[in-house]
Design a protein around this ligand. Sequence first.
Ligand SMILES: Cc1cc2nc3c(=O)[nH]c(=O)nc-3n(C[C@H](O)[C@H](O)[C@H](O)COP(=O)(O)OP(=O)(O)OC[C@H]3O[C@@H](n4cnc5c(N)ncnc54)[C@H](O)[C@@H]3O)c2cc1C
Length: 463
Amino acid sequence: MAGYDYDLFVIGGGSGGVRAARVAAALGKRVGIAEESRFGGTCVIRGCVPKKLYVYASQFPEHFADAAGYGWTVPEASFDWQTLVASKDREISRLEAIYKKNVEGSGGETFHSRAMIVDPHVVLLLGKDRTVTADQILIATGGRPAAHPALPGHEHCIFSNEAFDLKELPKAIMIEGGGYIAVEFANIFHGLGVDTTLVYRGKEILSRFDMDLRRTLHETMEKKGIKILCHAVSESVSKRTDGRLDVRITGDQVLTVDQAMLAIGRIPNTENMGLEGIGIEMVTATGAIKVDRYSRTNIDNIWAIGDVTNRVQLTPVAIHEAMCFVETVFKNNPTAPDHDTIATAVFSQPEIGTVGLSEDDAVKRFADIEIYRASFRPMRHTLSGRDEKMLIKLVVDGASRKVLGAHILGPDAGEMAQLLGIPLKAGLTKDDFDRTMAVHPTAAEELVTMYKPTYRVKDGERI
Ligand SMILES: Cc1cc2nc3c(=O)[nH]c(=O)nc-3n(C[C@H](O)[C@H](O)[C@H](O)COP(=O)(O)OP(=O)(O)OC[C@H]3O[C@@H](n4cnc5c(N)ncnc54)[C@H](O)[C@@H]3O)c2cc1C
């Protein structure tokens, strides 16, 4: 080990890379990390963090409207996009500095440079025009929005990266995609007053979530005024003389918008990194780096974590994989990341919080499923008059009574999903939920007061 410049060299300073570098350095390992853009990576610079700040910004018009029922008179509000962008920039710069400082404070060395691997123990820092050697190399280069070169006029489209920093707030936008990024941005832009159309080729938005939530969110978004076109794709985008865009959609419909945003998936950052040269194996279908259960590539001393491996593309997952990597490589404690029962949220409006199996997935795997379902108007909307339902649903295995899935649509659903992740991960049963005292008055109390199944699904048949 002593013959190398570093015990560990990390490529990519995002959620996973920074965590691995910081923790390994804190163990006294000699660690270097290269980031070609900004420390913090997708999550901090152009993902979770700015996204959530924009979600907050976009919720104010509803808060202002809801205040009237509580006796408030709110003067006419106005919104300034440039102020929001500047405030967001200040916050992400603050976080970026913290990420970098944390690595350096633990004894790691940071490089602002693109990096590529030229030999299993040699990394070329392109921005510095030098090579470094390392005993272990960790690839944590994340992913980026998938382009759509086959779409005529694709050069006029933006992706989530650009959406955060538009010079002006568009009057109208078309967002293509049905995943959580597309859905969240549709709600953000709509909330900020933009005429928003979501175009999705599938039959219902948010394909991997519980169908009940998907349908109810779809209806609620439409009720708010977001147009959702399913079974549709954009066929061409052309620039008009007035600078606006004409987006031709399936069925010869033309949408005239100021921005067209593509959110049709993300692809791993594996190109031009020397990976083919040293023979790193990829997953052909996704272009992701192939790893074993410990995040090791086919080359013994080279590892990969996070979005570049395309396992589950979420920040806490990249961080967990980083921690497992450090356990395995530097603590002599082989630890495989656990990707089972991951709680997650969609910051749509209303929010989705979910953990475990959807009803459809549970029915495929278990012979006797009990569904506990409550749909109600949350208390906060009684005085506000907002006609919006909350949905809480538990999916239970009738045989073992184990709670297999918990799904929530409504205010603070993401916060609830975090807490529900614990009993579901622990494998608790519906009886444990029933024994738990309610917290009153809350919306979450429904989780422990639904005593009778709403329906059962036995051998695939709903009874
Ligand atoms: C719009 C959006 C919203 C999201 N919202 C959420 C959310 O709410 N919750 C959640 O959990 N997840 C969310 N995610 C996903 C989350 O951001 C990613 O899963 C997470 O950032 C992955 O971490 P990572 O370390 O694998 O990669 P990244 O964070 O992408 O970091 C990779 C880093 O590597 C750098 N890099 C790439 N190639 C090189 C190279 N050759 N040399 C040097 N540096 C290189 C990149 O510049 C980047 O900084 C969101 C993503 C997006 C796009």
